[in-house]
Ligand binder design. Structure first.
Ligand code: ZN
Length: 279
């Protein structure tokens, strides 16, 4: 149904090979690696090292080929936490040479450097499995090559029964069109909020219509307000905890009206992902 193509910016992208109608499952991909649920970044990196240590050469080559901006990789490297964690992991392993002596020096450095690189690629490409990473996280080679749009035409979710990441068309896609998903994870965000998260994590400057049209950005702001008001209503947030500029929904009817307005804003922009379902 889809194919990988090289695009002008030397990046790869995924395109529809045939007409795909709304609701079609475009792909159901098995993970290259999975990490169990963890409570901190330290724990997560430890688990990644565990997986990296057991990977075959072919698997690590496949992981190395996944997209990772050199700017983002350099920033992560400079912060030092990945390097610290990987050294800590390998020191605890007490790896040995063939003659039984403890591995150190250049050989050890080479193993650690390779693991640091793979950990960074994991950090850039991993997908949470289930809501809030209930089933952990994973890396998926096909999914990693799908580009971002704030007005996506596809939606990904982890299917715990199939143990695959499924990608569905959220509207009709014509043969030859590029497939896009939303990396940000919530479409009810303003252009500025999306730009920060896209830039820091993936070094992306998005030029989709929602990022270039001021009128659309105003709609996103209204969506953000409604989304936060509904979230506060749902968890029964107290008066003090209430965010400035966000209306407090006091009655069921007010909440229903806000939800209906959000539904219509989402539909108007053809944003038929998880936010529409949840709203
Ligand atoms: Zn955008």
């Amino acid at each position: 149904m889809v194919e990988v193509r090289q695009v002008a910016s030397a990046n790869k992208a995924i395109f529809a090979k045939v007409n795909i109608s709304r609701g079609t499952r475009i792909a159901a991909e098995t993970p290259l690696i999975t990490i169990p649920p963890t409570k901190s970044i330290e724990e997560e990196l430890w688990e990644v090292c565990n997986v990296v240590e057991k990977m075959t050469n072919n698997e690590s080559k496949e992981l190395e080929q996944l997209p990772c901006s050199s700017n983002v990789a350099d920033t992560i490297r400079k912060r030092g936490f990945v390097e610290n964690r990987v050294w800590f992991f390998y020191k605890s392993r007490k790896l040995k040479n063939n003659d039984g002596s403890v591995l150190r020096g250049k050989k050890m450095r080479r193993i650690v450097n390779k693991a640091i690189n793979l950990c960074i690629i994991y950090l850039v490409n991993n997908v949470q499995l289930g809501p809030d990473g209930k089933y952990g996280s994973g890396v998926f080679p096909l999914y990693s090559q799908i580009n971002h749009s704030c007005v996506p035409n596809a939606y990904n979710s982890w299917n715990p029964t199939l143990e695959r990441l499924t990608i569905h068309a959220i509207h009709d896609i014509k043969a030859g069109e590029q497939i896009f998903v939303d990396y940000v994870g919530n479409t009810c965000r303003t252009r500025k909020q999306r730009a920060v998260s896209l830039n820091t994590t993936w070094d992306i400057t998005c030029n989709c219509k929602a990022c270039t049209d001021d009128a659309l950005d105003k709609l996103r702001y209204r969506m953000l307000v409604l989304d936060q008001a509904l979230a506060a209503y749902e968890c029964g947030a107290s008066e003090e905890a209430h965010l400035e500029g966000i209306p407090k929904l006091k009655t069921t009817n007010q909440a229903l009206n806000a939800a209906e307005e959000l539904v219509s804003l989402l539909k108007r922009q053809r944003l038929c992902g998880m936010e529409l379902c949840r709203t």
